[in-house]
Design a protein around this ligand. Structure first.
Ligand code: M6R
Length: 617
């Protein structure tokens, strides 16, 4: 949630900060603001709504030239998305300005204390409390760094704070607890941001901060300490070089990041497979920091994640159980720890998260590790909190995913889940080497299969155009097609804002079939014919909804002629094994949602009420 930017250097800070906010806007777009230090005072602007509103205000009334600045793009938690609640927030004497991501859980008590001391707070936010506390501390003689350390010791919750003090114009100070913050180290300039895409145009050298750390940046220096003021140990934070560049964070000629990311999936699959098997198809997951002995001892796997990542978990359960015979449970991360799950040293918890910052998933893995279970993260964001707090990680190598709706993130989560399942089968000997190699070969063919579906995007787009007035859509699937039905419905809900539901096709007759009415579009994901019973049962389900007037949009593999007569619209899928079918079946559903939302005039990359990274519980 919320994107944060900080800058100290020779460039005009307003330009650098606003450019960074543009790249951070996917994290939240309820309001945006900026503060600079000029001539011993703070100059700030903030506006409700998208960044464009702030840019317009800046164009009409430019800020003075400055070399130090901070900025924020907000996903509202405390207080409505108004100008007043937008960040930055200032201290009582307007000496300190602060931007914040996260939630300060004890803000009500802190606010009451400030008000007793005569402070008047202007907004309904938790952030303003931090601004007043920081300013009180610097007024009492502390440096901004010391003030940040003192204040952070009093805060509860998860937060990233970035602050400047107009009496100290060459420095920006930030702190993090359970919320993302990276430093960009340039040549004579230094950056702070929620993620590296904010400063990737300027530097690819980054520093990932540890938990409960304060960082002070100036043009040429980065100093890291803990909340008690002790210099941080060199191994508690990590310098790294970003292996993608600005072009990966640009739209590259597409109208939406989402559409670009859908079309990047063949490359994303290739990159996620790269180096993970040898020429004979034997898996080599060198980055896995869990020993083979520990993997052999695993007696239960629990897959946790939220939203789309949860649907990747559901697919993973089918594959991993089939290949390894290890019982798998799938759990929404936010439900996990509250039901007191049974966890032992031999439970492997697999946490799936594109961003690596989802607070619900983070809290789930912390709970699992407290119970001594091993945690393996499947994550797309190098250096983010979830992999850092896990025992092992499989990175998905999808490249930056900017569109709020996850597409290539999901696709590569599937790849990582399959690789994990096959690796477990290899280590535990539940599959022969040639069987594993055969599936690996199928996975290697996936980029070409997905590309063929993308080449036929016009057909799906035409269908979306035709159905752009529809108010409701159902999605049906069986087996691995069930999570894909859920994913298709989620995409449509979050982008097109229409009623969309995914069901296991077998469940229809237990209630949902009552929803079917004349011409209701129903997407039906038909399993490959290899599993005849599954296939035939699905065909019966299609007949049932069609008999009640539904318009059936059938996704079936090439050569499956049995379904033709029950399909009002037919979308052909490449012939792949049942367990891998999600990788192809999801593509037309992604294209459909993207196009339908476009046709309805919605902002596909920034759907209403959402944010890319959900860093609050
Ligand atoms: O970054 P994560 O994978 O942890 O995010 C989880 C969900 O918030 C995310 O998948 C969400 O459901 C997407 N908007 C779906 O498109």
């Amino acid at each position: 949630m919320c994107g944060i930017v900080g800058y100290v250097g020779p460039q005009q800070a307003e330009g650098v900060v606003v450019e960074g906010l543009r790249r951070m806007e996917y994290r939240g777009y309820d309001s945006a603001g900026i503060a600079l230090v000029h001539d011993g005072a703070i100059a700030a602007r903030k506006r409700a709504g998208k960044l464009a509103n702030l840019e317009k205000a800046l164009a009409e009334d430019p800020l003075p030239r400055a070399c130090t600045g901070i900025g924020h793009t907000r996903w509202a938690t405390h207080g409505a998305p108004t100008d007043r609640n937008a960040h930055p927030h200032l201290g009582a004497g307007h000496r300190v300005a602060v931007v914040h991501n996260g939630i300060i859980e004890n803000f009500a008590a802190l606010r009451a204390g400030l008000e007793r001391d005569g402070h008047e707070l202007e907004s309904e936010t938790d952030t303003e409390v931090a601004a007043h506390l920081l300013e009180s501390a610097v007024q009492s003689g502390a440096t901004l760094t010391e003030a940040m350390q003192q204040v952070c010791r009093r805060l509860e919750g998860a937060f990233t704070l970035v602050a400047l003090d107009c009496h100290d114009p060459d420095r920006v100070v930030a702190a993090r607890r359970s919320s993302p913050l990276v430093v960009g180290v340039g040549d004579g300039e230094t950056f702070l941001a929620s993620d590296v895409s904010a400063f990737i145009a300027h530097t690819r050298d980054a520093l990932e901060l540890g938990q409960d750390q304060v960082v002070t940046i100036s043009r040429d220096a980065v100093e890291v300490s803990d909340f008690d003021g002790r210099p941080a140990r060199a191994d508690s934070y990590r310098a790294y070089h970003v292996d993608w560049d600005l072009s990966a964070a640009e739209k590259g000629g597409y109208d939406w990041f989402m559409r670009k990311e859908i079309h990047e999936q063949p490359a994303a699959i290739t990159d996620s497979m790269l180096g993970r098997h040898d020429a004979e198809g034997a898996l080599q997951l060198d980055e896995l920091r869990i020993t083979e002995g520990e993997l052999r001892a695993v007696d239960k796997i629990i897959l946790v994640g939220c939203g789309t990542a949860n649907y990747a978990s559901m697919v993973a359960k089918y594959a991993i159980e089939h290949w390894t015979r290890i019982p798998c449970e799938v759990e929404l991360a936010h439900e996990f720890r509250y039901r007191d799950p049974i966890l032992t040293r031999d439970t492997l918890v697999v946490a799936i998260s594109q961003s690596g910052e989802t607070a619900d998933t983070l809290m789930a893995i912390r709970h699992a590790r407290q119970q001594r279970s091993k945690v393996l993260a499947i994550c797309n964001t190098n250096g983010s909190t979830i992999p850092r707090e896990s025992d092992a990680v499989i990175y998905t190598h999808a490249g930056p995913e900017i569109g709020v709706a996850s597409t290539k993130g999901f696709m590569t989560q599937l790849v990582a889940c399959y690789l994990l399942g096959l690796y477990l089968a290899q280590v535990r000997g539940t599959k022969y080497g040639d069987e594993i190699a055969q599936i690996v070969r199928e996975l290697d063919r996936m980029p070409a299969h997905v590309q063929r579906l993308l080449d036929a995007a016009d057909e799906v787009n035409a269908l979306a155009e035709e159905l752009s007035g529809t108010r409701s859509v159902l999605f049906l699937g069986r087996h691995t097609g069930f999570p894909i039905a859920l994913e298709g419905a989620l995409k449509l809900k979050e982008l097109a804002y229409i009623h969309a539901e995914g069901f296991a096709a077998g469940e229809l007759k237990h209630g949902p079939i009552a929803l079917v009415e004349d011409r209701l579009p129903v997407f039906c994901v038909v399993p490959p014919r290899g599993r005849d019973q599954l296939h035939d049962k699905m065909v019966s389900g299609i007949q049932e909804v069609r008999a009640r007037g539904a318009r059936t949009i059938v996704l079936a593999e090439e050569g499956d002629d049995e379904v033709t007569r029950y399909a009002d619209d037919l979308i052909r899928l490449p012939v792949v094994p049942t367990l891998l079918q999600p990788m192809v079946a999801v593509v037309p559903l992604q294209l459909f949602a993207c196009e339908l939302a476009s046709r309805k005039g919605h902002d596909v990359d920034q759907p209403r009420n959402l944010a890319k990274s959900v860093t609050v519980e």
